[in-house]
Design a protein around this ligand. Sequence first.
Ligand SMILES: Cc1ncc(COP(=O)(O)O)c(C=O)c1O
Length: 470
Amino acid sequence: MTVGPPIHELHFDEAPHVETSIPGPNSRTLLRKQEEIDSSAVAYPKDVPIALEEGRGSTLKDADGNVFLDFFAGIGVMNVGHSNPYVLEAVNEQTNKLVHTIDFPTEARLEFIEALDGIAPDGLQGQNRMVFGGPTGSDAIEGSIKLARHNTGRHGMLAFEGSYHGGTAGALSLTAGKAYKEGYEPLLNDVVHTPYPYPFRERLDNGGATAICPREDCCGQMSCARALEAVKEKFDGPYGGHETPGAIWVEPIQGEGGVVVPPKGFLKGLRDIADDNDAMLIADEIQSGFGRTGEWWACEDYGVTPDAMTMAKGIGGAGLPLGGMMYHEKYDTWDAGGHIGTFRGNIPAMRGGTAAIEYIQSHDLLDHATEVGEYMRARFRDVDNPRIGEVRGKGLFIGVEFVDADGTPDASAVKKIRTECYENGVLVWKAGREGNVLRLLPPLVTTKEQAEIGMDVITDAIRTVTKQTV
Ligand SMILES: Cc1ncc(COP(=O)(O)O)c(C=O)c1O
């Protein structure tokens, strides 16, 4: 039995539908008012100048009635679409009954924990514990730092260049982006960052060829072998420079770093290094998880079970804030109150999360994400433009890296393409160490027809912008 309406009924009928110049007059008024009273840290509307009114499925209406195809989904949050009626019904029913429960047991909480167990990676299913701390992804990462320190007794932490793990002090220590950190250090000490395999960059540096790794039992890519060697050095090298790490934090696919998909052997290699050194492997699935890649969790595609997995973004179903961590039960060593937070019982969000899992399962949205994502990547490849260095991703986690004629990252092309796109009714975002990756995170409920229409707009935008600058 399917639950909720079919995906093609979730959206505004006509999308995209742009009636005014962007921003339209009502958006202008609200943007001006925001500038007067809101913080100078406000960021998104500075790049995409619209004020929002209503969302349905993969579509968003602005304050002037313009309707956009939303291909970044509140930065990877709205996996089952805006205002999904099946999910909202569950959330509203709960909201009318009881909202705040700290961590007292409720049916909503326990059902959600069981639903997450039902979609857990093999090696965690039936043998995990969930912990909820604060409502964000950064909170989940803070919890994972405490979990690792508590269980391994070691303070050293290893994360990767190009990573993003959040903006609170511990999470920011693991995050690699200097722009986020400068002016706030010292943060946590004993964090080391080693290179994340970046096959495209390595190919460029290697005159276009993929360097081959001689290890027969791995994936054959040198970028993987080099990255694993650097990690090993931090564990084994007597002059590694830091305390031996107690845990490794890895995004199975780097999101903010540019939708970088590592070679097949990377996660498996990390698993082996962690095992050899009594360290924990922590997969940050905050952006890559909850169905985004066409698997429930991106680490599944690598056949690797992490010791702990952080999650947030889409897990609240309706866009309600909820962060959490699933870890193997052998690490369940905290005493009562060992990890805390007032808002660790957002049960409307938990109801939303359970309903979202049901909706995704009943509409086969993992397979759908795989199919639509492949279609979108193929459309990018068909553009056949030398400015597109690489098209990559998995499922509906899509990145397109732009470079100029000599392979230098081209952030300005991405900015211009984003502008062309929103002016024509499609919202896209960026990523990448140099901001030169066009990033798409469409809701999993995006229909094939919407993908076709959206890709017409985006590929036209690419042609227009690159014609100006080639
Ligand atoms: C991989 C990853 N980890 C952690 C975070 C931090 O999550 P939040 O912004 O909810 O604190 C993000 C946010 O984009 C992320 O992409």
